[in-house]
Design a protein around this ligand. Structure first.
Ligand code: GDP
Length: 478
């Protein structure tokens, strides 16, 4: 990336005219808005006796700066990326296996699928990509790292059990991410299966079937017996068409890390989901805060491939270090640039982990509101009983501070769990515990995710605290 004369002057604490003079001396006529290439920057820094650190030139480590501008004419349809969510034991894993099975039987006999964290199936000649980690933990932890990979959520609800706490959590997660939801009413084979009750219960969460005047798709199934899989795939295809999902296969590949680990023999191994562009073997790629060149690439069937198009998951080797799930990656045409950006991101990552601060805390709410950074305060509420959770939510929503709104992301009953923290982290929210406390895992997660957790016992104290914080009148802590 280039710097203008003026920008460089600011970085060096000099007047632009001084830089221009130096440039003239070097035989270059420049104006203050002129772009300088890396060599010129280095020459000038040299003149001033300043050592160029890469950071000066490369302080911009944001991928957006380097991503290809997609030419509308080059956009083509891409497969939808689907995440399966729902309450524990409602059949998420069984469903994922059943869907994967449709492919194995249709492909060559004995085709063994490999677990790489995501897989694709073909249905009527069109593909769908499934993330292979059921549940919303993976979904949300990715989102908390800024990655949005899911296009459609399948909410699995067991017909004999109905809507359960994690069903509600899953709904809130999908809604927070603005991802369309298809409801899979599972275990229809079971005695006591009552799909009408499931529909009835879900109306409370604005998931209303078409027959009842809503626009949510419901599919009845028995994942276990592979019943209803075809209809589900068909409906997914339908929603995917409505979403008009597109990507540019000609761009430099961009996407997200689904899984990563250190393999004893192969070194860092990462499953990447290509979201735009096409990824090729030997591409120079920056992944999160590491980088490298794609050495080998394997698809979800365990086959070596040379390239991967949009919405395709592939497992690669060739990185210098193990990235984290949810990290984004970008391919650079220029290997040198790739290494520079990779190194700069590595550097930045080290600095950030050193000086990490809480994302939003009640203590600095006012600061952020004042600086115009905060227009909406996101809050997750956990309480001992549903009634208090609701009472607290509606009282909080009534707080009136000009220009700032309170948004309740999630309310639930019971101890504060790790999933609450992850949701709060993804949504930049504060967690309020009313007569409940965080459990051990939640405490740990709150620390690493830097989420502010506030336990309380009296509703008006919560209101007072938040209101005071919003108005900058919080009592100092001693
Ligand atoms: P997960 O926790 O949501 O991933 O649920 P699992 O896929 O592990 O399923 C939980 C249990 O329900 C397992 O014992 C499955 O065999 C069973 N199960 C899943 N789907 C069905 C179904 O369609 N019918 C019946 N009867 N059992 C099912």
């Amino acid at each position: 990336e280039t710097l203008t004369v003026e920008e460089l002057a600011a970085k060096l604490n000099k007047e632009a005219s001084e830089i221009i003079k130096k440039l003239m001396f070097l035989g270059v006529m420049a104006t203050k808005n002129q772009d300088l290439d890396d060599d010129a920057v280095e020459l000038i820094c040299d003149e001033f006796g300043v050592e160029v650190e890469k950071e000066i030139i490369l302080e911009d480590t944001d991928f957006d700066k380097y991503r290809d501008q997609d030419d509308k004419a080059e956009l083509v349809e891409r497969p939808a990326v689907v995440t399966i969510m729902g309450h524990v034991d409602h059949g998420k894993t069984t469903l994922l296996d059943a869907i994967r099975h449709t492919k194995v039987t249709e492909g060559e006999a004995g085709g063994i699928t490999q677990h790489i964290g995501a897989y694709q199936v073909e249905n009527d000649g069109r593909k769908l990509t499934f993330l292979d980690t059921p549940g919303h933990a993976a979904f949300t932890s990715m989102r908390s790292r800024g990655a949005q990979v899911t296009d459609i959520a399948v909410l699995v609800v067991a017909a004999d059990d109905g809507v359960m706490p994690q069903t509600v959590e899953a709904i809130n997660h999908a809604k927070a991410a603005e991802v369309p939801i298809i409801v899979a009413v599972n275990k229809m084979d079971k005695e006591g299966a009552n799909p009408d009750r499931v529909m009835q219960e879900l109306t409370e969460y604005e998931l209303i079937p078409e027959d009842w005047g809503g626009n949510t798709i419901f599919v009845n199934m028995a994942a276990f017996k592979h019943e209803g899989i075809d209809s589900l795939l068909e409906m997914l295809q339908l929603v995917s068409e409505m979403e008009e999902l597109k990507a540019n296969p000609k761009a430099n590949a961009f996407g997200t890390v689904i899984e990563a680990e250190l393999d004893k023999g192969r070194g860092p191994v990462a499953t990447l989901l290509v979201q735009n562009g096409t990824l090729h073997v030997s591409d120079s790629v920056v992944v999160g805060s590491t980088f490298g060149r794609v050495r080998t690439m394997v698809n979800d069937e365990g086959k070596r491939v040379q390239s991967a198009e949009p919405s395709t998951p592939v497992e690669i080797t060739g990185l210098n270090d193990v990235p984290q799930a949810g990290d984004q990656f970008l391919v650079f045409s220029d290997e040198k640039k790739s290494r520079q950006v990779g190194e700069a991101r590595q550097q930045k990552h080290i600095q950030e982990t050193r000086s990490e601060t809480t994302k939003v805390s009640v203590d600095d709410l006012f600061e952020q509101i004042k600086q115009g950074e905060m227009k909406e305060i996101n809050i997750v509420i956990k309480a001992d009983v549903q009634g208090s959770a609701e009472a607290l939510a509606s009282s909080l929503e009534k707080i009136d501070v000009e220009g700032v709104k309170i948004k309740i992301i999630h309310t639930g009953v019971g101890a504060i769990k790790e999933s609450d923290i992850i949701l709060a982290s993804a949504s930049n929210a504060i967690v309020i515990g009313f007569n409940v406390r965080p459990d051990v895992n939640a405490k740990k997660a709150a620390e690493t995710e830097k989420v502010d957790v506030r336990p309380h016992r009296i509703i008006y104290k919560v209101i007072e605290e938040i209101e005071a914080a919003m108005k900058g009148m919080l009592d100092p802590e001693y």
